[in-house]
Design a protein around this ligand. Structure first.
Ligand code: DGJ
Length: 700
């Protein structure tokens, strides 16, 4: 709920979990002067603002420059400004904004500022969703005549002071979502992704934990920049000790002078109950507000994706056999991956020639699709729409449609199509629409396997436009965002897609960790996770089918191994887990993923809690051998302390022979209070590394 206090230049956004106060001196840009636990309604904002002013001593200016939502260089701001721009002749412009007016629309607050001397206008938008507890903030810059933009930050937020570190995420192919914990110190933590896509390297998110915060307790402030073209993040501690957090597009992504620039939405959430409070806010916001589900009531189908089974070696009878076996295991959607078009026998050719390869599919795709449908599965297909191989018919006809110079270094033997060019978009749209119109296809796996030769926001806008056009023409088709695995995961792409391919690693051990970290931002319903081959193709590890299956069952489940490799025992184990997933997905995929504070660093554990808090499932994955001999109790979270819960080990049959003690949980269900489960925890049986315990709980 949004309330306006017109008495001073101050505004507040409130919900049950937080208050954010903006206040300005006179007609200047406002500062976020408070963001944290809800303040009483009768808090006087003018006093609050005055009370928070910093003192001045020797070696300082006579007044501290504002850390406003767009810090201005002209006001002697000692850190990075929120806006850097030049006139058309290259002269730097030094804006100084004054309050113009405000609007309250659709529950959102819009503040307008003007700089008459430079002919500029700056708008800041804030919308608070009081159900998900996520604030969406955006900045817009308008100019009377075209200007060159170097940098525009989304509304700038002060960093909390009782915080020792910040958490952000880097990664690589097959190693996405690697957390970095960086201590705050004087100066800047600067991350900039100049690859032109969201990237494995720099996920556009930040969590600032309050001192002592864990997954389940303490304060945390979290940020996500919803843009797929590469972002810049500045977390800066100023000489006076204040901290600022800026997010925006990577700098200099707008090569053309223009009269209007807009940041992507910056999503903000605050928690006073640990990192999980932020994670749940983002998970719910993505699933319930951002992802445009064509049919929200449709259960997420179990996928089968043929990539790691056949790669480019497509053969209809073989694929039909694989589809039959996948259906037998419980798959409900068959996704035909790379290799069906042009002359695509390997990754050196044919990208952009989106016509069915008659050598591999002499009767077109129909016989395969009919077979898949006959098995009760739907059919999905792979495209990499923004890409072109130099060895392709399109490149021979239109070499100028590719971005970058002739002497550029290729990536996976391919170039990037110029998506800012409407002719290119029309062509790609036409080819994709022809395939989608001629066949009953309900899913696209949309890949993006190389970085751009240089970042350019127009490219991202072009990709968004193509996605939007296809979605409008084929509203029932769901789309998966893939970019060599998790190279394009952000809330901007998720406003147009329905699933992300978290990683090209189907190694369950790696996945366990990545899924755990990604849950700080992503819900289970959109996070694809596949059971890979016994012998993992990207890590060389051998992992047991039970572990592979349970790790996939933590998210949107699928299979990607060649089902012909499965032994009878493996097939049975996989079917059992898949049946469990299908029986539970109704509540599970709407549940909150709560990361548990595991006492044993070898165990990565989460509790997926139903929205009505009436049931939960705990996945305790043992990623390594423990230092101590006996498992340490695992504390649960967010239960009702006084309520009784029946907990049961779902997969007790997986206990190894070396687990030989008498333990109540091994024998059958137990009834315990929420208080005990949260403050002592569940004591699990001994297990091997690379295994998963699954515990289900029901509130009685
Ligand atoms: C990269 C993707 O991440 C894989 O899953 C697969 O689709 C290949 N591209 C196909 O070329």
């Amino acid at each position: 709920m949004l309330k306006v206090r017109p008495v001073t230049q101050s505004w507040r956004l409130d919900d049950a979990r937080m208050t954010l106060v903006l206040a300005a001196r006179r007609d200047r840009l406002p500062e976020v002067v408070y963001w944290g636990v809800p303040l009483p309604e009768h808090e006087d904002l003018a006093t609050l603002y005055a009370a928070g002013a910093l003192d001045v001593t020797g070696g300082m200016l006579d007044e501290n420059p504002d850390l406003s939502i767009c810090p201005e260089a002209t006001r002697t701001f000692p850190g990075q400004p929120g806006l850097i721009l030049r006139g058309q002749d290259g002269t730097p412009l030094l804006p100084k904004f004054c309050f113009d007016r405000m609007d309250i629309r659709d529950g959102g607050l819009r503040l307008h500022y003007r700089d008459a001397e430079n002919g500029l206008a700056y708008d800041a938008d804030f919308v608070l969703d009081d159900d998900t507890h996520v604030i969406t903030a955006r900045a817009t810059l308008r100019a009377d005549s075209p200007v060159h933009l170097h940098w525009l930050a989304a509304p700038v937020i002060p960093g909390p002071q009782l915080s020792d570190e910040m958490i952000d995420f880097s990664g690589r192919w097959c190693g996405e979502f690697q957390p970095n914990r960086t201590p705050w110190s004087a100066g800047i933590r600067y991350r900039e992704n100049r690859t032109g896509r969201t990237g494995h390297e720099h996920f556009p998110g930040l969590i600032v934990p309050g001192r002592g915060a864990t997954n389940t307790q303490g304060e945390a402030w979290a940020f996500h920049y919803g843009w797929s073209g590469g972002h810049r993040m500045i977390a800066e501690e100023l000489p006076d000790g204040r901290r600022q957090i800026q997010f925006g597009h990577a700098a200099r992504m707008e090569p053309e002078a223009s009269t209007e620039f807009r940041t992507a939405p910056l999503y903000l959430t605050y928690s006073s109950d640990g990192l999980n409070g932020c994670a749940v806010g983002f998970q719910r916001h993505v699933r319930d507000r951002i992802v445009p589900w064509p049919d929200p009531d449709r259960p997420r189908p179990v996928h089968y994706n043929c990539w790691e089974a056949v790669y480019f070696d497509h053969d209809v009878p073989k694929l039909q056999d694989i589809a039959t076996r996948a259906a037998g295991l419980g798959a409900e959607r068959f996704v035909l991956d790379d290799g069906w078009f042009g002359q695509r026998d390997d990754d050196t050719r044919s990208l952009s020639d989106w016509q069915v390869d008659p050598r591999k599919y002499p009767d077109g795709l129909d016989p395969l699709i009919a077979h898949v449908h006959g098995l009760g599965m739907t059919f999905g297909i792979w495209f990499e729409p923004e890409m072109i191989n130099p060895d392709s018919d399109l490149h021979r006809a239109h070499p100028d449609w590719a971005l970058g110079g002739e002497d550029q270094t290729l990536g996976r033997n391919q170039k990037v199509l110029d998506m800012a060019n409407p002719e290119v978009r029309d062509f790609v749209y036409g080819r994709m629409a022809a395939i989608l119109s001629a066949h009953d296809i309900d899913y696209i796996k949309w890949d993006h396997n190389r970085v751009l030769p240089m970042p350019d926001a127009a490219q991202t806008r072009g990709s968004y436009a193509l996605l939007d056009r296809l979605r409008e023409a084929f509203p029932k088709v769901e789309i998966e965002s893939c970019a060599s695995g998790g190279g394009r995961i952000d809330f901007g792409i998720l406003a147009r897609t329905h699933r992300v391919w978290l990683s090209d690693s189907n190694d369950a051990l790696e996945r366990l960790r990545m899924q755990h970290e990604a849950a700080l931002f992503l819900p289970a319903a959109i996070t694809g996770s596949h059971v890979g081959p016994r012998h993992c193709h990207t890590s060389g590890r051998h992992l047991d089918i039970r572990f592979r299956a349970w790790v996939a069952a933590q998210r949107h489940m699928g299979f990607e191994m060649d089902p012909r490799e499965l032994t009878e025992d493996e097939a049975k184990a996989l079917k059992r887990v898949t049946d469990w997933w299908k029986a539970n997905r109704g509540w599970l995929l709407a549940a909150d993923i709560l990361r548990l504070d595991s006492a044993d660093p070898a165990v990565l554990a989460e509790q997926q809690m139903a929205r009505d808090a009436g049931r939960f499932v705990v996945f305790a994955g043992k990623a390594a051998t423990s230092a101590q001999i006996a498992p340490r109790p695992l504390r649960l979270t967010r239960l009702d302390p006084g309520a009784r819960y029946r907990i049961d080990l779902t997969n007790r049959a997986d206990a190894p022979g070396l687990s030989r003690g008498a333990m109540a949980l091994k024998d059958g269900p137990l009834t315990l209070t929420g208080s005990y489960l949260m403050h002592h925890g569940v004591t699990l049986p001994w297990s091997f590394p690379e295994t998963m315990w699954v515990v289900e709980g029901v509130r009685l």
